[in-house]
Design a binder for this molecule. Sequence first.
Ligand code: ATP
Ligand code: MG
Length: 417
Amino acid sequence: MLQSKLFTKVTKDAPKDEVSFNGKILIQAGFVDKLSAGVFTFLPLGLRVLNKICNIIRQEMDKIGGEEILMPVLVPKENWAQTGRWESFDVLFKLQGADEKEYALGATHEEVITPLGKKFVFSYRDLPIMPYQIQTKFRNELRAKSGIMRGREFLMKDMYSFHADQADLDRFYEVAKHAYYKIFERLGLGEITYLTYASGGAFSKYSHEFQTLCQAGEDIIYICDNCKIAINKEIIAEQNQCPICGNKEFREDKAVEVGNIFKLANRFSQAFDLQYLDKDGVKKELVMGCYGIGPSRVMGAIVEVSHDEKGIIWPKEIAPFQVHLILLGKKDSWEKNKAEADKLYEKLTAEDVEVLYDEREDKGPGEKFAEADLIGCPVRLVISDKTLAEESVEVKMRNSVDSKLVKINGLIKDLIK
Ligand code: ATP
Ligand code: MG
């Protein structure tokens, strides 16, 4: 993509009305725009990152049998009333339709997926199923001061699983847990993301959160370094030893909940009277699990943990572009340098390398470098009088201070391998 064509611009200063670090830097670098507290537009750079996060999640969900769907955002009151959550879910946005019918904007989707399951699940042969969606959720959050980490409108991947019995739910729950580990590893968060024991509700002792260490996070967790798991502060009083090794020595740290998996058991199947016929033709109640991840929160968390004083440092798999190519030149060398840089840009894009190409003539080197550091693509390439004198390109990784000159031809082979 040509940087001159990007309709969004990097701004000199961070916005003053945003308190969170991720919000400040993502707005300044032109990844998102804030419409109001907790409500954001994802701009071209930001949407590229968000889509990459979603695609990683999608791939891992598909691998474990997930089937992607898209449920409505507008959910009628009677669905919520059936589970008692019209009253008890405290952050629902409620509204009235033209037909005087009342709705809530989807804050979670058990009230839609369970009656949906009822239309397709009749017998043990129809189980298990694992539908999921990636969709905008709405929650009237009291505090929305964590940038895109706590939105009133945010993206969620929510998977729901339906099983014939508890044993099958338990089996799939472990499969989903492993898929989550894989996702956070691919997102570059593997080392600092802990499976965290949290309260489980009426039907299981625990639920599990995936908590990423982050000073801007709103949760406090207690880590068992032997087992690399953690316990959420909310249950540490009743769970004062590691559930795996019995250790009582914990390391306290701040974290953000990036994912949550939960055995719902029959909480929703019962509410909607969802049953199936087992092998002997006997009617049985089925059990469910739910599995959430917040892609927009994940994006904010990555910014919080992966940056330096100059800007964002994106992990390779989710960077908006792999390469930021910068063209420099003087008045008399501009056209010649541009011809070389254009050629390199075309070659790389033809090989499917994602390149953001800063070919703007009205910006000086200082400004271009500062913007590249702020935006945070993994590889920076510079073409200038100096590099072309050696038929070379200057290569610098965002996460390193060193740069080196590399012959243009060799470079292409290196980058596309
Ligand atoms: P929290 O405890 O942070 O309020 P939650 O426990 O209510 O979150 P879930 O209902 O389990 O969250 O939602 C699944 C996932 O959606 C969370 O793990 C998180 O990644 C994401 N998420 C939840 N609320 C928000 C929000 N307001 N903004 C962005 N992402 C969110
Ligand atoms: Mg939570």
